[in-house]
Write a protein that binds this ligand. Structure first.
Ligand code: FAD
Length: 581
């Protein structure tokens, strides 16, 4: 079956995703006068970037001395030396101009008394190569991401970016070794649309929904990485997934690290600030992997609150004025979801699955690369949380994602502009949408089969319990077997809603397939890596092993087990050292 002519579109540039990464890329292209389509399954301002609370870092030095070299060092050390240092240098240098450009676009940052952008502390950001915490995170109260998204969206409208809201991208068109566009499913009526384009950016965000307790929005299901994986592109460093220490108990909604940046404490059942034992210098401002593990250990040794599986985040000493001015949203979450008054009571918290360090491999121009030699796939780009450039290595520092999505979203837009000037809109076969249309139809009309909700719940549980903060060879084998079994059952998945109009049941089932692919690559990469580094902690291999493992993993999809390959880490300034805080 061919897609009707009116549903075939041509654009010099197509962007999948309207979070911070996608919007900034679109803005760069539109400013160059390039007709750009942004396809997004959510209304743009509902993208997860809008949920980011704490801040965006740049070594502006508005309160105290700071330098991009210090920021670069912290990023490399925070990532347990798996960071590509050429990329970290780009991040730390360009962070400064990027934040200033946001300011010039009108983003309402909090201000210092003399009118500069205000800055606060965040975990792992230090002065003078690790001496003590530094104030590097710029913020708009605890709604920084919301303000970024609104500001960029307004700019995109101003420059005439074409938005296709509620278009769910369901396939990439890659033929003859080059990018030719995407296939999208229009949520309103279930029609397939083909977008022909020589340049496509994947900016689809994370995949935290593969875990039971997560801070991630419902839509974060790894669509971009899974679609790339299905087209033979490897997924890089998937074993590194970050658990954020302070999620609301049981539901995982995030209480930003800004709470600790403003001076909040973590306490165990005895009321002790237990981080003294684990990160004596930085305490509650140690990196997230270290703090999440410390919390689990406290709980395991019986020092969780009342013997339970959580600890306390204590803000009571900060006082009403600070809490109301700088942490209004997250304290409201504690009131609404927990019935706790953070001004007078400690808040129960536990680690929550938060951020994917791994993803689609790219170079520093955000071009997707497909092998150990960093060979670029012409016309395909990735930026933001779905990409792995890799600036976060084995563990990301707080506030380094918002800056990553903007710095590399901007670079993607600029390189795409160069690419489309040299390449016209490509041809695609008339029946290019057929394979994915047939897959969706089979899913929509299967008369009997497995309930996708059950598969999703089982996946989230096994990932949380067997491939979470702590892992062992045995737990990972168990996880792998379950994921394989779930993939098998997924082939027979059946949805309840048979309609074509706003069939979210169908799309959620489709997204479950993406989560299963991401989970498969994650578990396989974690099984292979017999060391502990950053967010990947193997109890059976508790040491970091630079001789064997100072390398990035690449998981390739096959008919059976994913194939693992490895590529070197770029080291330009800082030789790997043991990581102490
Ligand atoms: C609660 C929370 C708080 C955070 N706080 C901070 C913070 O303070 N500082 C910080 O640096 N980082 C923070 N992070 C991390 C950071 O916000 C994210 O990593 C970042 O915003 C991701 O941006 P993105 O542009 O890559 O994707 P997103 O903002 O997630 O956007 C993804 C886009 O892709 C689209 N999309 C996805 N799949 C498809 C598809 N199949 N078809 C069409 N469109 C699709 C969606 O519609 C959406 O527009 C936080 C994250 C969370 C969850």
């Amino acid at each position: 079956m061919t897609v009707p002519e009116r549903q075939v579109h041509e654009f010099p540039a197509v962007i999948v995703g309207a979070g911070g990464a996608g919007l900034w890329a679109a803005l760069e292209l539109a400013r160059e006068g390039i007709d750009t389509a942004v396809l997004t399954k959510l209304y743009p301002t509902r993208s997860h970037t809008g949920a980011a609370q704490g801040g965006i870092c740049a070594a502006l030095g508005n309160h105290e001395e700071d330098h991009w070299e210090w920021h670069m060092f912290d990023t490399v050390k925070g990532g347990d030396y798996l960071v590509d240092q050429d990329a970290a240098e780009v991040l730390a240098r360009e962070a400064i101009e990027t934040v200033l450009e946001l300011e010039h676009m009108g983003l309402p940052f909090n201000r210092t008394p003399d009118g500069k952008i205000d800055q606060r502390r965040f975990g792992g950001h230090t002065r003078n190569f690790g001496e003590a915490p530094v104030r590097r995170s710029c913020f708009a109260a605890d709604r920084t991401g919301h303000m970024i998204l609104q500001t960029l969206y307004q700019q995109c409208i101003k420059f005439g970016v074409r938005f296709f809201d509620e278009y769910h991208v369901v396939d990439l068109i890659i033929e003859g070794g080059e990018t030719r566009g995407v296939v999208a499913y229009r949520i309103a009526d279930g029609e397939m649309h083909v977008f022909r384009s020589p340049a496509v950016l994947l900016a689809t965000g994370g995949f935290g929904r593969m875990f039971r307790i997560t801070s991630n929005a419902h839509a974060l299901t790894g669509d971009g990485p899974a679609l790339a994986y299905r087209h033979g592109i490897p997924l890089e460093d998937m074993e590194f997934y970050q658990f954020h220490p302070t999620g609301i108990v049981g539901i995982g909604i995030l209480l930003s690290e800004a709470a600790r940046g403003e001076g909040g404490y973590l306490r165990n059942d005895a009321g002790e600030r237990f981080m003294e034992k684990y990160a004596p210098k930085l305490m509650e401002l140690g990196p997230r992997d270290v703090i999440s593990r410390a919390m689990y250990l406290e709980v395991r040794e019986g020092r969780g609150i009342g013997g339970g599986d959580y600890v306390h985040l204590d803000l009571t000493h900060l006082g009403r004025a600070v809490i109301e001015a700088k942490l209004p949203d997250i304290t409201e979450f504690a009131r609404v979801y927990q019935g706790i008054e953070p001004i007078t009571q400690p808040v129960p918290v536990q680690p929550t699955a938060h951020y994917a360090m791994g993803g689609i491999p790219t170079d520093v121009m955000a071009r997707v690369v497909i092998d150990e030699k960093n060979t670029a796939l012409p016309g395909l780009y990735a930026a933001g949380e779905c990409a792995c450039v890799s600036v976060h290595g084995a563990n990301r520092l707080g506030t380094n994602s918002l800056i990553d999505i903007l710095v590399f979203g901007r670079r993607a837009g600029r390189d795409m502009a160069r690419h489309v000037r040299r390449n016209g809109v490509p041809d695609v076969p008339a029946d290019v949408a057929e394979p994915v249309r047939a897959e969706l139809e089979a899913l929509r009309t299967r008369p009997v089969g497995e309930n996708p909700n059950h598969i999703r719940a089982e996946l989230a549980s096994v990932m949380m319990d067997e491939c979470g903060v702590f892992r062992t060879g045995t737990s990972l084998v168990r996880a792998y077997n379950v994921v394989c079994d779930l993939k098998d059952r997924y082939r027979r998945a059946q949805v309840q809603d048979r309609g074509r109009v706003f069939n979210t049941d169908l799309l959620e089932a489709r997204e479950l397939g993406y989560l299963l692919d991401c989970a498969e690559a994650t578990v396989m990469s974690a099984m292979a890596r017999t060391e502990s580094r950053g967010g990947h902690y193997r109890e059976d291999y508790p040491q970091r092993d630079d001789t064997e493992w100072l390398q990035h993993s690449l998981a390739y999809r096959t008919e059976g087990r994913p194939e693992m390959r490895y590529k070197p880490v770029s080291i330009t300034h800082f030789e790997p050292k043991p990581r102490t805080y």
